[in-house]
Design a protein. Structure first.
Ligand SMILES: Nc1ncnc2c1ncn2[C@@H]1O[C@H](COP(=O)(O)OP(=O)(O)OP(=O)(O)O)[C@@H](O)[C@H]1O
Length: 640
């Protein structure tokens, strides 16, 4: 039997780094960080943390991805893991393998695959001085074709040995206990491996930090986590700003504070400093924002310091879940906070927060000992779960093909980024390749689908029995849409319909299911939706350009769908009178015949609003913002 060879290749560079998700889609580092980046970098980090014991030779997860161990101003340290026994080096290159695309300072641009790393091409590339090598991006592909296939077992073993010896040498050099990291030993190592001494010093520095992080994570990840990974969440995502978990009971720091402070002390934890910046359509989230969500908004009065006594006597459950920029925060229930009433109208403060906590969830069972199912979708079921005492929704996606993993990453990345009070926010996730299973832990929406609220009312469903409630529902829906479209890059939901919109018992709107979403305006090759197996669902909420002309979803097609939903909310009838699931052909025929929906049964004040939303040509159609403004401007009389 072949020995199970697991290699970890430390790979360092100073400069930009980008990664590509498959052969076709390149992501520059800037895009990685600013657009998909926060999510993707962190997703990968999280996957690895959750599915693996990180450290030399102990990767047990299924993803031959790299792990970012902290990004600081253009310097990224990461390791590449690949598991020879599971995927084989030959497998490298088939999606969803992540390629590393190294761009050292100045003009050195080379695409590196794991194959390259293994065969030494990476080292060659890295050894070339950025200033003296100018490689055009178009050359990237050549590297791959020039790279010899590493099929031969002995050859792989030799490469592995070589890699390991390098790792050992640099690791020994970088060990915190090694006091001989002087100029001489740097020179020795530099000669031995033919690497620039400055680079050696920076590698050693990175390595030291990385090793510290690895030991910390290793100590924190429970032993049984890799196989039973469903309950494991990362402890901490941002080593450079980290504090110890013990300090992390209540940490909400303002942007300024986080940026200015390399560490957060226990004293900071006792101070809840809220950055008072409400999220509006014009104020889209910034990279470091974390938007409070969860059970309660943190009321303004919480921004005062609390006494030590109170701090000590907090109870166990987290008060708020925050996540964003890879940092997930559980702010624990604090006596002084928990006694406060939730402030319905509190602005959704943007705060920067850090520290995530290792946490478990369990699925909740009915009296008949069956898991409580909240809903079903195309891929799997959504269960009611419990997480640190709080109800959560656990969306399980099963039996997807390995190639579908990218789609799932996309849903996760977008859901993670789409943080709004009117979105069912993503709290955590994990992905298992074998058996194929992805779990998204979402904020639980205690209510019902809008479809049920409108068309299948149950006695305990939230109800929209007054005009005021219906107006508020549509306003919230448009606010959510406006927010998504104002993100940078804009997020297109792509599947707005009453099944994917939930209404809580206190009549808050929460948009779910980002499975069909995409980022708008990214060039085609950057768009993760542009995958071979991606098909757009057409429903009675599809805009004409999608249904009739097979165009891509856009912000304007979301507006069409939202207008259909708005009409349904107001008239409590299906927008198109052709049943719930008409065939595509019937839909097309009806749309071509009628050209527009009949909205004469809606309140007359809404005619202009609906006309704006149902403009046939997307260019003429209102934006979510215009629609929202229009609705705000309508005056209703008491008899309406
Ligand atoms: N956060 C949540 N809280 C409560 N219920 C939820 C939540 N998320 C989803 N559900 C329920 O589960 C159902 C299916 O969820 P969702 O639409 O996200 O799954 P899906 O597999 O993506 O579905 P689709 O087939 O539409 O793609 C929803 O319609 C809703 O009833």
């Amino acid at each position: 039997m072949r020995p199970k060879a697991i290699y970890m290749v430390p790979y360092y560079l100073v400069g930009e780094v980008s990664c590509r998700l498959d052969r076709k889609h390149n992501y520059s580092y800037a895009e990685l960080v600013n657009d998909l980046g926060n999510s993707i970098t962190n997703i990968i980090t999280r996957v690895l943390l959750r599915n693996s014991e990180v450290g030399l030779g102990s990767y047990k997860g299924h993803y031959p991805f790299f792990m970012s161990s902290g990004v600081e101003q253009g310097v990224i340290d990461f390791w590449t893991f690949f598991d020879d026994s599971k995927h084989g080096i030959k497998k490298v290159g088939s999606p969803p393998c992540i390629y590393l695309y190294a761009t050292a300072k100045d003009n050195l641009k080379r695409e590196l695959t794991v194959n390259d790393l293994c065969s030494g091409v990476a080292d060659e590339v890295l050894q070339q001085r950025p200033a003296t090598v100018k490689v055009d991006k178009s050359d990237c592909h050549n590297i791959q074709s020039k790279t010899p296939a590493v099929d031969d077992h002995d050859k792989k073993e030799n490469l592995a040995k070589e890699m390991k010896s390098r790792i050992r040498a640099i690791t020994a050099f970088a060990k915190p206990s090694n006091t001989s990291t002087d100029a001489q030993s740097t020179r020795n190592l530099s000669r031995k491996f033919d690497i620039d001494p400055d680079q050696i010093a920076s590698m050693a520095d990175s390595m030291q930090r990385a090793m510290k992080e690895v030991s910390r994570v290793k100590a924190e990840v429970p032993q049984n986590s890799p196989s039973e990974c469903k309950t494991v969440f990362p402890k901490k995502a941002e080593p450079t700003c980290a504090t110890s978990a013990a300090d992390a009971e209540v940490i909400v720091v303002s942007d300024e504070k986080l940026h200015g402070a390399p560490t957060i002390s226990a004293a900071d934890c006792k101070t809840v400093a809220i950055k008072k910046e409400p999220l509006t359509s014009t104020r889209t989230p910034k990279t470091n924002d974390v938007i409070l969500s969860g059970e309660k908004s943190l009321p303004e009065s919480a921004s005062t310091s609390s006494s030590d006594d109170e701090f000590e006597s907090r109870s166990n459950g987290p008060l708020l879940f925050c996540s964003g920029n890879g940092k997930t925060l559980l702010i624990h229930r604090h006596r002084s906070l928990s006694s406060l009433k939730p402030d319905e109208d509190a602005p959704k403060h943007c705060v920067t927060a850090l520290c995530v906590e290792l946490c478990d969830y369990t699925v909740q069972f009915t009296d008949e000992n069956e898991p409580k199912i909240l809903g079903k979708g195309a891929y799997g079921k959504v269960y009611l779960g419990k997480y640190s005492g709080f109800d959560v929704a656990v969306k399980e996606l099963e039996n997807f093909r390995f190639e579908d993993t990218l789609d799932i990453f996309k849903e996760i990345a977008i859901n993670d980024r789409a943080r709004s009070p009117n979105v069912a926010n993503l709290l955590a996730f994990n992905i298992n390749e074998q058996p194929p299973m992805a779990r998204l832990l979402l904020e639980y929406v205690d209510g019902a689908e809008l479809r049920e609220v409108l068309f299948d009312v149950k006695p305990d469903s939230p109800n929209l029995d007054s005009l005021e409630k219906r107006i508020s529902t549509v306003k919230q829906l448009l606010a959510a849409l406006q927010y998504l479209h104002a993100c940078e890059p804009p997020i297109i939901h792509g599947d707005l319909e009453p099944d994917n919109i939930m209404i809580t018992h206190d009549l808050r709107v929460k948009i779910c299911d980002f499975g069909s979403s995409r980022y708008d305006g990214l060039p085609e090759q950057l768009d993760p939706v542009d995958l071979p197996n991606f098909t757009l669902a057409t429903t009675i909420y599809s805009a004409p350009e999608i249904l009739l002309y097979d165009q891509d979803i856009t912000a304007k097609s979301d507006v069409w769908a939202a207008s259909c939903v708005a009409l349904e909310v107001f008239v409590r009838e299906r927008s198109w009178p052709i049943g719930e699931n008409p065939s595509k052909e019937l839909m097309k025929k009806t749309m071509l015949r009628d050209r527009s929906l009949d909205y004469r049964c809606a309140p007359h004040q809404l005619y202009d609003f609906l006309e704006g939303g149902f403009q046939w040509r997307p260019q003429k159609r209102f934006s979510a913002e215009e629609l929202s403004d229009h609705l705000q401007g309508i005056t209703w009389s008491s008899t309406d």
